[in-house]
Design a protein around this ligand. Sequence first.
Ligand SMILES: Cc1cc2nc3c(=O)[nH]c(=O)nc-3n(C[C@H](O)[C@H](O)[C@H](O)COP(=O)(O)OP(=O)(O)OC[C@H]3O[C@@H](n4cnc5c(N)ncnc54)[C@H](O)[C@@H]3O)c2cc1C
Length: 511
Amino acid sequence: MGHRIKARKARAVSAPHIDTDEAILASFLSDAAHVPGGFAAGVAFPQSEAEVTALVARAERVLPIGAQSSLTGGATPRGEVVLSTRALSSVSSPAGDSVRAGAGVPLKELQRTLVSVGLYYPPVPTFDGAFVGGTIATNAAGAATFKHGSTRRWVNAITLVLANGDVLDVARGEIRASGDGWFEIESTTGELLRVPVPTYVMPDVPKLSAGYYASPGMDLIDLFIGAEGTLGVVVEATLKVVARPRRVAALIRCADDRQAIALTGALRQEAQLAWVGRGPLDVAAIEYMDTRALRAVPDDAFSRARVVRPAGQSVMLLVQIEVGNDEDSALDRLQAVLMAVGVADDPHLALANDERGAERLFNLREAVPSSVNAIVAATKQAHPDVEKTAGDMVVPFDRLADSIALYRSTLERSGLDYAIWGHVSDGNLHPNVVPRSFDDVRRGREAILEIARDVVAMGGAPLAEHGVGRSALKQQLLRELYGAEGIEQMRAVKRALDPGWKLAPGVLFAQ
Ligand SMILES: Cc1cc2nc3c(=O)[nH]c(=O)nc-3n(C[C@H](O)[C@H](O)[C@H](O)COP(=O)(O)OP(=O)(O)OC[C@H]3O[C@@H](n4cnc5c(N)ncnc54)[C@H](O)[C@@H]3O)c2cc1C
């Protein structure tokens, strides 16, 4: 295995039409971060690798986009030609444990194709309308990262178009960084691109979407996964898939944070036993909703889920358990763990074949971010500068209790209303400010920054899964994580592959 790879040319075709019609452009000017002021030189919908190449070669600045579900402004154009990947929508028939999919395939479509042959793609973010290319570009994670890891682990190969218009086929296990920390790419013009591997040390956490992956002797494919569109346009990918698991969902009311943390710890231990064949309770994911998050959810969301709104300081956990054929043993063990931790109520269960019941419980979980986002949107009506202000923190699991205490004390000391929820089995939570004015947003940003510094000191990271994008706050968090020297090393990678700063300029860091 070497450190040098040869690029190839795409078939020569004419560039796809670039649409500049205001009415069409209007629907591409914002992503899920809802940062105002997006503008674009046009939008194009290439249908093939060759058309992507022709477009990249012709345009001065290009922003590749997927479903624009970015929460960081990374998919909000700032004057580029928007390269919508939605027409790159082919999916091959799954072969063995892998499937080849176009960048523009929404994950829910991919799952639909896979389910018909009993297969499943595990690293799904909470929003399953995200595209294959977007999730690779952000190394998306989600609830079941605890068992299955983030997107990175599931990408076997990618085809991408570089800023110079060359095409690169990168398969895992084929190209590794040289001993002295370089990759070399032979371009089709004969030029040799030397790409330095950054030397910063990534935090040891289960999920990370914080700029370029870097480690000694790393695989080239890992440089492009999580690069947020700045190093190349992902056109297609070969993804690993598994047999579709049978899943039970259990919504559990805990008396308070302390009980929820104890239960999460106990369930993680059960899962780790199950994974080595020493127990029946194969937990794939645990989601947490704190008292304040539950308070933000309207009554009708509880009614639809057929769940009574919990009282007092209660918090809720939504647990996903993979059950194989022995559902009863898993449920018996779950009951024993709940009793041992002192949980008073029976859980709300959706058994393995009860897809509707599971959906009701997942919808309640989803009502948390959508309710908080609705409050932000309503506040924005009166205070137009208000925007979503939230953390995406991950800590080593043994610091979970400390981290929750940290989020609460920092936000309360700042006089802010807030809500916390997220993927607690990974130690990955989202403290969200519930703003009443722009002043809350301003103080919220300061609080998130303060929290981030302490999270980094705990061995965690303030950029777990949503990426960095064009958010000034998140770019500052990236600097907190790796320092100015780390950012300079990322810039050196970018300069080597995209000296003209053509692709996703301003994403991750300024030029
Ligand atoms: C309700 C909600 C819940 C969410 N939950 C989660 C969660 O649980 N976990 C999680 O990780 N994220 C989550 N997200 C964030 C978001 O869904 C992910 O970041 C997702 O991976 C973005 O995919 P996308 O297709 O929408 O990409 P976009 O938002 O369109 O783009 C994101 C970035 O990737 C780049 N990009 C897109 N496509 C390509 C491509 N083909 N080649 C190169 N670069 C590309 C863009 O330039 C941009 O920088 C959530 C978002 C919402 C709205």
